[in-house]
Design a protein around this ligand. Structure first.
Ligand code: CA
Length: 311
């Protein structure tokens, strides 16, 4: 049975939007809320959670696993970041509204019904069609230092190649912010991008999800950690580089490369002014290039690259 959100419209007077959900419960234990498809064009989490819902044996579970593999279902169907129905960006819509548009109504149900039941929320993101990342799991700097330490331990248990204490430039309305504000354990990810997935990135997601359930004691055994995550920090906004021009994006370094402060990392070529020298963008910090703009064209104001430093 899906979550059913009423959607009365011209082509379906008594219509609805059906959000897929699975609940696997066995005995007394913690509750994990696993989310993917918060943005519809990010695939590793959607694949990992659909596979988990099909394969998880209730006999192996102690506690409850709530699986939402395609939270913004209209956006998933459209292969889009935001909802084609109301334009809603799910991860800027929390805690939502019961009387808002479809996106706000879905957010409100998650925020007020599901999150309060959860001991941990895992929200699986990737770069989608416009971003690409070194695969990482992440938490944030939190005022509650005990909660921050527990979140960093959960990030380490996920065991992606990199773990990041992430800086958000636009945290208002995110599921992250809502869950952390309630004092609950929250882990997010950025697992590659470009609007598709690979065997490698899907493997990182699948293992990470089971590792989180083991870390919580919901599945038995210790997390499967082949190699510990390289733990990294994003101390300030100099970790980000934004584009100030429109044009063709020429990367000068690749994801996973070490960069030095001041080192050129990208150029933007002026499409309509071929005689003009391309604009050069430099790293504003030394560290590891963990994120980049994905499409070949870039607009003024777009995110261009991000750098993380060792924790
Ligand atoms: Ca995302």
């Amino acid at each position: 049975m899906p979550l059913v959100v009423p959607h009365s419209r011209n082509d379906s007077a008594w219509g609805s939007v059906r959000i897929p959900v699975a609940v696997i419960r066995n005995g007394d234990g913690p509750t994990a809320l696993l989310v993917a498809g918060n943005h519809g064009d990010e695939y590793e989490g959607q694949i990992a959670l659909r596979n988990l819902a099909h394969s998880l044996d209730p006999a192996d579970v102690t506690g409850t696993v709530i699986v939402l593999p395609g939270l913004n279902h209209p956006a998933v169907r459209a292969a889009a970041r935001c909802s084609p129905i109301d334009g809603g960006n799910m991860n800027r819509s929390f805690p939502g509204r019961p009387d808002g548009g479809i996106t706000a109504m879905i957010a409100h149900y998650v925020a007020t019904v599901l999150v309060p039941r959860a001991d941990l929320v895992l929200d699986l993101h990737s770069g989608g069609r416009t971003l690409d990342f070194v695969p990482f799991a992440a938490t944030h700097r939190l005022a509650d230092k005990a909660l921050e330490a527990r979140a960093i331990a959960a990030v380490e248990a996920f065991a992606a190649p990199v773990g990041v204490v992430m800086l958000e430039l636009d945290a208002e309305g995110m599921l992250d912010t809502w869950v952390e504000g309630l004092g609950k354990l929250f882990v997010t990810t950025e697992l590659a991008g470009g609007g598709s997935s690979t065997v490698r990135s899907n493997g990182i997601a699948a293992r990470g999800v089971r590792n989180i359930l083991k870390h919580m004691g919901i599945l038995g055994g210790a997390p499967d950690i082949e190699r510990p995550s390289r733990m990294m920090d994003m101390p300030d906004e100099r970790c980000f580089v934004a584009a100030e021009h429109f044009g063709i994006h020429e990367p000068l370094v690749d994801l996973g490369d070490e960069v030095a402060e001041g080192q050129p990392i990208a150029r933007i070529h002026f499409v309509d002014e071929p005689a003009r020298e391309p604009a050069v963008y430099a790293a504003r910090r030394s560290g590891l290039l963990i994120g980049r703009h994905f499409p070949g064209l870039v607009q003024s104001g777009d995110f261009l690259a991000s750098v993380a430093v060792d924790l």
